[in-house]
Design a binder for this molecule. Structure first.
Ligand code: MG
Length: 248
């Protein structure tokens, strides 16, 4: 595919984005890891648990968050309204949050994936409907540094948390952080887009990627949409697949 002219390449890529590729398609097209851009969801993709859900459950002063969670799962409200409402019930200081977050573990293979990507000159991105403070604190305590994070922001004053949404798409209320816009960013032009995710906040963006690693509800969603994907259990599976693209 990389011997095609620009028009043919764009046409082939948009077809691929619709239908998706699996690993045999990647091999057939001789895609090298260095030609890719790799996007990771965070909660329950890199972290071993869904951190936002766990944090809200732990620090909420009432049960209103459960109602909002159900409404979001059912598609009644978007994630911005859901997160705003849920954060209103949370009472936690920066120190309490840091102590809690420092105990959360990430998939051990994320380190190995980062080394692999670095060797191929690929800068990974984390796109998440969680909050940068949460993700940064967890990564730091797991000795991961310098990775670009595109997530919602959190203002912490005393024990009250206020969410801020710098990446929302005003034309679409589904997600607080529009991951699709990150995949469509001009840095992605001419790159093969790889997406790794697990859940509802990954539904739209994964449809824009050439190769998707999916599990849980994301896998079910893509199956229903008829888009090819690679099913994974953990990041060891993703590491092994990406290593196959390094042609070592
Ligand atoms: Mg997730």
């Amino acid at each position: 595919m990389f011997n095609l002219n620009q028009t043919e390449k764009i046409s082939a890529l948009s077809n691929a984005v619709t239908a998706g590729w699996d690993m045999s398609d990647m091999m057939e097209r001789r895609v090298a890891l260095s030609q890719c851009r790799v996007f990771f969801d965070f909660d329950h993709t890199i972290s071993n648990i869904d951190v936002v859900d766990d944090m809200i459950e732990r620090f909420s002063v009432d049960q209103q968050w459960r109602v909002l969670e159900q409404q979001w799962q059912n598609g009644v409200i978007g994630s911005e309204d859901c997160l705003r409402g849920q954060m209103r019930s949370v009472r936690a200081t920066r120190e309490q949050l840091t102590e809690y977050l420092s105990e959360i573990e990430i998939d051990a293979y994320f380190h190995r994936i980062l080394v692999l990507l670095k060797k191929s000159g690929v800068r990974p991105l984390i796109t998440s409907d969680s909050f940068n403070f949460l993700i940064e604190t967890i990564l730091k305590s797991n000795d991961v540094h310098g990775i670009r994070i595109l997530a919602n922001h959190l203002r912490i004053r005393g024990n009250r948390l206020t969410p801020l949404f710098p990446y929302k798409n005003l034309a679409c209320l589904r997600c607080a952080n529009c991951k699709t816009s990150h995949l469509r960013n001009e840095d992605s032009l001419g790159k093969v887009l790889i997406y790794v995710g697990d859940g509802r906040s990954d539904y739209c963006a994964s449809l824009q990627a050439h190769l998707v690693f999916a599990k849980d509800s994301l896998a079910a969603h893509l199956r229903q949409k008829g888009k090819k994907f690679v099913e994974y259990r953990n990041l060891q599976d993703v590491y092994k697949a990406l290593k196959g693209l390094t042609h070592e």
